[in-house]
Design a protein around this ligand. Structure first.
Ligand code: ADP
Ligand code: MG
Length: 366
């Protein structure tokens, strides 16, 4: 299966009601739902570009609609042992944080709180249906990548090492953050408390560093562990709110800001290079050139990947919108293998005991 790429065009804000709309959703066949984004050429307004995606949502799409159509169907796969990655890509001000986090009101909640709510609901059901034989535990990690450095958002600012946390490649090929904290969450309330608290931390930290959260990538990782007897089945859902994809060279001139935006540009630039290389079928993919791309490992991880391209309909975003449309329309061509994570046994079964470093034996599912 390929990376699923969906576009979401945000509505005009109160302050923008008198502005021109230049980005619209359309359909390239007679389906009910849109799958094309249309935008005029910046050189010749009469000429229109069309970009096709798996799905396109316009200003009518609610938070619930987007979640139900694009994320909820993958909850089942998550509990079958597949890793699920959802990331929001787009220019600052286009609705990435609105889509991923959303507002506090029930109807305004974004993908992340709805995902957690779905995870807890499903966990309860699995435990109940198994007659208590299967227990499910959920643990949360939350971190940001700023200037190519990884910071744990669940730890207080004082505990941050200025150089950030290192990445480590695991035996199964996955890249993880070494020393990242993980908090168990028993119910939705635990998650909400932790998430609100750490988002406040994130803003405080950014303010202290004279930085802005739109310049860092925020990654929430939800680990689901299902235990039945001595069988342990683990999978993760990652929800990523990427830094703004705009070209900062046009807007920044202060020295400090320039260094910072160069690094942010770099990771998003590397991401676009990775997408290019993968979509062209090249052997060498420059994943290792930024921490964000190492973690995202597009097309490398087995599982399900959904890219949400956030768009603002305004003319003032024209060039940046075009460039984000170009990057994401190429991402559709990335193939992802849908392979479940292996079941791990707490104790080595007598037969077939290839024990791993943790003393647990691993056995493929099939
Ligand atoms: P980003 O994270 O991409 O910089 P935000 O999520 O902060 O963008 O969105 C910018 C502004 O637009 C915010 O005020 C947000 O509430 C509003 N907004 C974004 N998407 C929508 C939407 N679908 N419906 C209503 N308001 C939205
Ligand atoms: Mg944001």
């Amino acid at each position: 299966m390929s990376v699923r790429v969906v576009a979401r065009i945000r509505p005009l804000l109160e302050s923008e009601l008198d502005k021109d709309i230049i980005v619209t959703a359309a359909s390239n066949d007679d389906r009910k739902t849109s799958n094309v984004v249309k935008i005029p050429s910046p050189k010749n307004e009469a000429e229109e570009f069309s970009f096709a995606f798996n799905s396109v949502y316009d200003n009518q799409a609610t938070q619930e609609h987007l979640f139900t159509a694009e994320v909820a169907p993958h909850l089942k796969s998550l509990f079958q042992g597949l890793d699920v990655t959802i990331f929001a890509y787009g220019v600052t001000g286009t609705g990435k944080t609105h889509t991923m986090r959303g507002g506090l009101k029930l109807a305004e909640r974004g993908v992340i709180p709805r995902l957690l709510s779905g995870v807890f609901r499903r966990a309860k059901k699995i435990t109940k249906d198994s007659g208590g034989d299967t227990t499910v535990s959920v643990a949360l990690s939350y971190y940001e990548i700023y200037n190519d450095k990884v910071f744990d958002l669940l730890e207080p600012l004082e505990k941050r090492t200025p150089s950030g946390l290192p990445l480590r490649a695991e035996a199964n090929g996955k890249t993880v953050v070494a020393g990242l904290s993980e908090r168990p969450c028993e119910e939705l309330k635990d998650f909400e408390r932790l998430y609100i608290e750490s988002n406040i931390n994130r803003v405080t930290a950014a303010t202290k560093l004279n930085a802005h959260s739109s310049r860092s990538h925020a990654i929430l990782r939800v680990k689901v562990t299902q235990v039945t007897g001595d069988m342990v089945h683990e999978s993760t859902a990652s929800a990523i709110d990427l830094a703004g994809s705009e070209d900062n060279r046009r807007t920044d001139n202060g020295k400090e800001r320039l260094v910072e935006s160069a690094a942010i540009n770099k990771s998003l630039f590397v991401l676009s290079q990775c997408i290019d290389a993968i979509s062209r079928g090249e052997r060498r993919i420059p994943f290792r050139e930024s921490k964000m791309t190492r973690i995202l490992s597009l097309g490398q991880n087995n599982g399900i990947t959904i890219m949400i391209l956030n768009l603002a309909p305004l003319r003032s975003y024209h060039l940046d919108t075009l460039s984000s449309l170009n990057v994401s329309s190429r991402a559709k061509r990335i193939e992802v293998r849908e392979i479940e994570n292996e079941i791990v046994y707490k104790q080595a079964p007598r037969m077939n005991s290839n024990s791993s470093a943790t003393g647990m034996a691993r056995q493929p599912l099939r």
